[in-house]
Every structure is written in C-alpha cells, then in structure tokens.
Design a protein around this ligand. Structure first.
Ligand SMILES: Cc1cc2nc3c(=O)[nH]c(=O)nc-3n(C[C@H](O)[C@H](O)[C@H](O)COP(=O)(O)OP(=O)(O)OC[C@H]3O[C@@H](n4cnc5c(N)ncnc54)[C@H](O)[C@@H]3O)c2cc1C
Length: 364
C-alpha cells in the first residue's frame, strides 16, 4: 500500500517511524527545506511524553527538568510543586531526530488533491504524487483537512515566544501569568542557566500582550530568537475514505493550554495500529475513546469560562489559590479536565455553578 504523510512535523515523523517498524514504506511530503524549522513550540512536555511512547523518544533533547509551576494573576500567586512534573525540550532536535531514516521529499508543498478511481493524486509544486492512503499531519492550518471537506472547523488561538539571553532566578519552575484567568496567559520557562523562553497565548493580540507582560516584569535581556504559530482548538471527524488526519491537523490539542505533542504522539500510535490491522475506519472511534472525552470536557470548561464575567474568573482564581494543595494532589499535566473536575468535586461544585457538600479539606 502506498502511504503518503503530508507534513514532516513531530507527529508525521513519529507516525512514519511506527509505520516503518510495521513494515510499510511511507513517503513524507514537507513544504520546508529543513525539518524542525520554523519552530512554533514552547517545548514543555509532561513526564509521560517520554514514559508512555511506543518508540523510545530521544532523552538527549531534554534541556531541563521542571519540578512545578508558579501560577499568577495580577498580584496574587500560588505554587504547585511536583518532582519531575515536566521537561523543557529542544523541539527542533526532537523533530530532526524523529525524521532520521525516513523518506522525506522536502520543499514539496501540497496544493491540491484529487481522487481518481481507487487512488489519490497529490498535486504539489514538485509535481504529482500518487497514493492509496493520505495522512494529513500538516499542522494547525491543515490543507488536507480543508481539501477533504472533513467536518472539523477549529477556532484558532495564537501564540508567540521569544528566547531571551537572561537568567531567571527560578531555575526549576515554569511561571504562568494569566492575563485572563484560565483562558489567556503568558509564561516564563527556564531553558538553561543563561536562556529563558518568554511567551504568551491569546485569541487576540498575543504579541502586544507579550510585550506588555515583558515590560511589566522588567524582562530586558537580548532577544535571540522569535517564533509564533497558531493552536487549533476543536473536535470533529478525522477520517474520510482513505484520508486521515493526525496531530494538530486533527485538533488533537489540549483546549486549555494548546499543548499538542502528547496527544499527537498517542494518536499517531493508534493510527499506526489501525493501519497495521487494515482497519482505517476504526481510527476515529479509537483515538476519541483514548483522549476524546478529555478534549470534549476541556472544551466544555473553556466554553463556560469564556461566558462568565471577569469578576467571577477572579473569584475562581482566588478559590484555586486557596485550594492549591488540592490542585497539587490531583492535577494531571496531560488531562486538565480530570484535575478541574476532581478539585470541583472536593469543593462540592459542579458546572454550571451547582453547590453540593464540600469535603473537609477545602478552603473557601
Ligand atoms: C506558541 C506555541 C507554543 C507551543 N508550546 C507547546 C508546548 O510547550 N508543548 C506542547 O506539547 N505543544 C506546544 N505547542 C503545540 C505544538 O507545537 C503542536 O501541537 C505540534 O507542533 C503539532 O505537531 P504536528 O506534527 O501535528 O504539526 P506541525 O508541528 O505543525 O507540523 C506540520 C508540518 O507539516 C508541514 N506542512 C504544512 N502544510 C503543508 C503542505 N501543504 N505541504 C507540505 N507540508 C506541509 C509543516 O511545514 C510542518 O513541518 C505550541 C504551539 C505554539 C503555536
């Protein structure tokens, strides 16, 4: 079977490696001349990113171990501590390592698609490619998603980040500053002793918000790299005939933070297994069984938070601060809604604002 993966990002490459292990010879089409460039990632992953992967992910990409987070809004802060909760990684190196040994046709941009009989014709700037199976691993603004007419229309958040030559005092924690509690935020991530990653995510003007944030925090070091990108937030159908989406193209992204590496890797594993078994149509059901419930719950939480006014969001932040010990106990880096619902249960709360009997270790 001729398999073409459009997009040699981390998810397309990881899928390519899995398929090679299963005896297939996928061809990857990549529009850029170099894998891993341009970058669009803060490079923070939870510890299960490495622990749960079917193919060992290269640990030499780890730049720093993270043992918790400082969460702030205006002049309020709280700390969540957990040993080795996350890692700061070199994202370019991850993509490059995952691409080794794969057949990648670079500087080849997919522009159009046609089904002719049982096969697909992929029209690119480098000519026509023929394939029996097409996998769209072509990122947030997936062309395959648009051309296939799949029912999946994400909303886009935008993210920007600067790498700055400046040491931060807090070397083993990520700092998260909400500009709007739980919905929009900026971050400070220590990369190593001398370099800090400072960024932000927002549906509106992330660059302006980031610059305002840097001014407020008096972050003045030399900017050595700038990057930005979009985060696709949504949920929908990911298989149509022999066209399949995975990773950001399929919106396999955490709706509350925009992180997509962990879900993308998990879903690539599910997809590779379905291809191996010759059961493509079960992929949509299978990945949704694995992480779809989490994405749907987080989307629901996000929708409710977007509707409430800023005063209530501020009260929720204060509530979270007072009960940070509960969050520390149950928070799950990969499954945000599980953490939110566990804390709410302990607080005797449920959406949309129902109050039940709280447990005794709760501070109001
Ligand atoms: C600012 C920012 C910060 C982020 N921080 C984190 C983080 O800390 N942790 C985390 O887990 N996630 C983070 N993410 C999300 C993460 O970067 C994505 O989830 C991840 O890159 C998805 O991988 P992918 O392979 O699906 O898509 P991509 O990485 O987007 O790769 C898609 C590939 O397809 C290629 N392509 C696109 N269109 C075509 C075409 N028509 N023809 C040929 N090739 C094409 C692209 O060039 C690219 O190489 C962040 C995102 C942003 C924007």
């Amino acid at each position: 079977m001729r398999i073409t993966i459009v997009g040699a990002g981390p998810i397309g490459c990881y899928l390519g490696q899995l398929l090679k292990c299963y005896g297939f010879s996928p061809l990857l089409l990549e529009e850029h001349s170099e894998v891993g460039i341009p970058k669009h990632c803060a490079g923070v992953v939870g510890s299960s990113f490495f622990d749960a992967s079917k193919i060992p992910l290269p640990r030499e990409i780890i730049k720093k171990e993270i043992h918790g987070a400082i969460i702030s809004y205006k002049n309020q802060s709280f700390i969540l501590k957990r040993r080795k909760a996350a890692f700061v990684i070199d994202r370019e190196k991850l993509d490059k390592k995952l691409s080794l040994g794969l057949e990648i046709q670079k500087e080849t941009k997919l522009v159009s698609l046609e089904k002719r009989g049982e096969e697909y014709l992929l029209y690119t700037n480098k000519g026509i490619f023929r394939s029996d199976l097409i996998i769209g691993a072509d990122g947030a603004r997936s062309k395959i998603r648009k051309l296939s007419g799949l029912k999946l229309k994400p909303i886009y958040y935008r993210g920007v980040q600067f790498r700055i030559r400046q040491r931060v005092t807090c070397q083993d924690m990520v700092q998260v500053y909400f500009t709007k509690p739980f919905l929009q935020f900026c971050w400070i991530i220590p990369e190593d002793e001398n370099v800090t990653r400072v960024g932000g995510i927002s549906p509106f003007k992330p660059l302006k918000e980031l610059k305002d944030f840097m001014e407020k925090m008096k972050i003045k070091g030399e900017i050595i790299e700038k990057m930005g990108g979009v985060l696709p937030i949504g949920y929908g159908v990911t298989v149509k005939d022999n066209i399949i989406l995975v990773g950001d193209a399929a919106c396999q992204v955490k709706p509350l933070s925009g992180g997509g590496l962990y879900y993308g890797i998990r879903c690539a594993e599910i997809l590779a297994h379905c291809i191996k078994k010759g059961n493509l149509s079960s992929y949509d059901t299978k990945w949704k069984k694995a992480i779809g419930g989490e994405i749907r719950s987080a989307l629901r939480i996000k929708k409710i938070l977007e509707k409430v006014n800023i005063k209530l969001l501020e009260k929720l932040f204060t509530l979270a601060k007072k009960n940070s010990h509960l969050i520390e106990d149950v928070a799950d880096f990969e499954h945000h809604s599980v953490g939110v619902f566990s804390v709410m249960k302990k607080l005797g709360l449920s959406f949309p604002g129902m109050l039940a009997k709280p447990s005794s270790d709760v501070d109001f």
